[in-house]
Design a protein around this ligand. Sequence first.
Ligand code: SF4
Ligand code: SF4
Length: 469
Amino acid sequence: MMAALRDRMKGLASFSRGVHPPHRKSYSEAEPIRLLVPEQDLAIPLAQHIGSACTPTVKPKTEVAYGEKLADAEAFVSAPIHASVSGTTGQPTMMALPSGRRVPGIPLRLSKERAPLPEGFLEDFLRRDWDSVEPTRYDPDQIVMSVREAGVVGLGGATFPTHVKLRRNPHRPIDTVILNGCECEPYLTADHRLMVECPEAIAVGLALAAHALGAPRAVVAIEENKPDAIDAMRKAIRGRVGLEVKVCATKYPMGGERQLIPAVLNRAVPSAPKGLPLDVSVVVVNVATAHGIARAVVHGKPLTHRVVSVTGGGVTRPGNWLIPVGTSFAEVIERCCAGMTPAALKVLAGGPMMGPTISDLRIPIVKGTGGITVMTEAETSRRAESPCIRCGRCIDNCPLYLSPAKIAQAVKFRDFEMAKRYDHMACCECGCCSYVCPAHIPVAQYIRAGKNQWWIIQAQKKQEDKKAG
Ligand code: SF4
Ligand code: SF4
């Protein structure tokens, strides 16, 4: 509480609780975005978003050009998938996502005749000639349609289809769109680099989102540890009505919607899973999402690539890379970073606070992958779990005011009703509780396992009820 007050007295947006893990962003924050042109075949999952999986729109053994639609779904909460390189489609098969979930997917064999990507792809992605684009000239419905057709999803990790977020609802008007440029997860620098290298496109994407929603105000929120990104975004929004930059304290998890909205606007979002930013008239979009919106609406480009930080003490040459969706983690680590160092211990999809550990490097990069962190023994705190000493640190640091120790205990004893009573579904899995625990209890992991188990139990109950008629 006191820390938040101190931040606010310094003029920084802040929230109560949370933690200050070491940033470790210096590995890659100064590295410009480079393009990886894959040399190995790709695997394109057909569910890279929250919502229904897509069905293939092309048959196996079909030659497809870069950007051609590979799969789509009729469901509203869904987003089409496009070819991230030119190639030949294979037989649909099941494949694993970085989260561990198995989904249907299409193998994509690189074309022998055609170049994988159009010439000048990186230059086009990083183009800076956006000054003449006037977002209010676009029809709001057309913005939503273009974003849907391009397969844009929330790239901050949630992968919620963006066109659903941008559709106006007369019963729930939006007055502010926040651009989440915090990138509070340690190690990761992909959003930071995008703001430094493509600030004009991001500003246009944000203005388009605000226009689609009829929101008069749009706030670019950036943590104070990214001064070059703050400067770049301030310049990029100059002259664009309704857009402003708000500097936030460097604190984890500032980028969580339930921390960012109170910090920037002083509005509390009702508890998850039912409460949404929409309930306080706010929509939050990530930096890479805004960039995707601008490319989709103004130039009709599909979302086929991600800027990914490949970083950590466990890679030889950390950097930020523009990578086609479907490229394997193995190829990325080998070709972008000259492989792992002998000290490499574990590979994470994302950063150390929230990223799941990857045990099979054949897993593909998906739309939601913002980083690969390869950590060394020295960077991890692998210590044996000991019994809870009831110190209360997990409670004091939980940004959502939950009782992590009690939820974890309930999950350990498989008392999922009790875990629910402690509101385990509201947990955003930020990992602050695990980070501060002196007994090295992986509190957040227990809670995540409890949530998964809860969904399984609910699905089983539904089936049983159905059978019973
Ligand atoms: S209980 Fe959930 S929200 Fe609270 S600190 Fe732990 S992981 Fe974060
Ligand atoms: S921080 Fe760890 S030891 Fe302390 S109360 Fe929470 S779970 Fe127990």
